[in-house]
Design a protein around this ligand. Structure first.
Ligand code: ADP
Length: 358
């Protein structure tokens, strides 16, 4: 049986011409289409239906709908189309290795003096996933902003209630307000940055960069933080090594990784930056002998807002977006970022960049 052969068996010549065209259109559609007859057997379908119902070629013809999919709402919708000639729109979930979600439009159709029913399945799996990601992001952002804001409001009220005249504490309260306002500022900066990187709003200008010089610049910027915790910053990249990248963005990636290495190191720890050449790839690694990350968290730490200890990350000035920014920047360079870590021993973050072809 050819696709839709039963459906388009009109005698009129105009219809004869349009028949193969319609058949071709249905073949190219991403939506799955099936038509059933009065006895609920499948009369016609397009190739997309094989994928939707997880069937191999030839495994749909003549089958009853109930043999192909078990879903009461779907069966009821087809029944009302056949028996009451009523249209329906339903949501359907097809289980499997990859669960898929569909919006399905079911309607009665008339052909060869009989009534059948057509079902058009729109795959909304990806749209729903994106919607969930968007909602999660929004709820995370609101939560992250509300925490410092609550603190600011509380301290302002305390000052208004008289603490402004308390010469011993008023400066301290102002400092707390400033710290929380800075945290909000930092968070908004990171959100805007990430959103601009993700939407392709930044253009890279890659060129050959002297890597040790760039590392020293990052070290200088973070030296105060490292010194405060007596952490040694070591640059083990040879003086004349070069990599091919956007200088500003590479500095941003290294700053995020080295800043984390310092933050999550123990006092008197060591942070080492190294370079390894592997075939077509240059691998820049930032290693620390700090607290490390356990396996359960390791595969999620590049997600936006994922932190092993949310409260602590906030306390030490983190937004939970640093690694997500590094991931997107590395990918924009055609590279990748990865991590290996042992809890209690330390972590190694590696940025892989495509090597410059001669
Ligand atoms: P944050 O602003 O919290 O540092 P990141 O996206 O940079 O956000 O990092 C996400 C989380 O990954 C951190 O909160 C921390 O739990 C973990 N992490 C990142 N780098 C390290 C590291 N070098 N050692 C241990 N944990 C780390």
């Amino acid at each position: 049986m050819s696709f839709l052969s039963t459906l388009f068996s009109s005698k009129e010549s105009a219809e004869k011409t349009s028949r193969p065209i319609l058949s071709e259109i249905l073949k190219t559609m991403r939506e799955s289409v099936i038509v059933i007859g009065r006895d609920t057997r499948i009369l016609a379908f397009n190739p997309a239906a094989y994928t939707a119902f997880g069937r191999r070629n030839g495994a749909l013809e003549g089958k009853r709908l109930s043999e192909v999919i078990r879903d009461l709402t779907l069966h009821e919708a087809f029944r009302t189309a056949l028996e009451e000639t009523i249209n329906s729109d339903i949501e359907l979930e097809i289980p499997g290795v990859e669960k898929r979600k569909y919006d399905v439009h079911i309607a009665p159709i008339e052909f060869e003096k009989t009534i059948g029913a057509i079902g058009i399945f729109y795959d909304v799996t990806q749209t729903e996933l994106l919607e969930r990601v968007r909602q999660e992001f929004l709820s995370n952002v609101s939560h992250e902003l509300r925490t410092p804001l609550t603190s600011i409001l509380a301290f302002v009220e305390t000052l208004e209630d008289g603490a402004i005249n308390d010469g011993e504490n008023n400066r301290h309260f102002l400092a707390v307000i400033r710290k929380n306002a800075q945290r909000m500022h930092h968070l908004i900066d990171d959100i805007l940055e990430l959103s601009s990187i993700e939407s392709g709003g930044i253009t890279l200008a890659p060129k050959s960069i002297k890597l040790p010089t760039l590392i020293e610049e990052v070290f200088t910027n973070l030296s105060g933080k490292a010194a405060a915790r007596r952490i040694k910053l070591k640059n083990e990249v040879n003086a004349d090594e070069r990599v091919f990248a956007d200088a500003v963005r590479l500095e941003q990636m290294l700053t995020n990784l080295i800043d984390n290495a310092v933050k999550f190191s123990r006092e008197k720890g060591e942070v080492i930056v190294n370079l390894e050449r592997k075939n077509e790839t240059d691998v820049i690694s930032v290693s620390d002998n700090g607290e490390g990350i356990s396996g359960e968290h390791l595969h999620r730490i590049f997600e936006r807002f994922y932190r092993t200890d949310r409260a602590r990350s906030r306390e030490i000035g983190g937004t939970g977006l640093g690694l997500a920014i590094v991931k997107h920047l590395a990918r924009q360079h055609g590279g990748e970022v990865s991590v290996s870590s042992v809890l209690g021993k330390g972590s190694i973050f590696s940025i892989e960049l495509p090597a410059q072809s001669e």
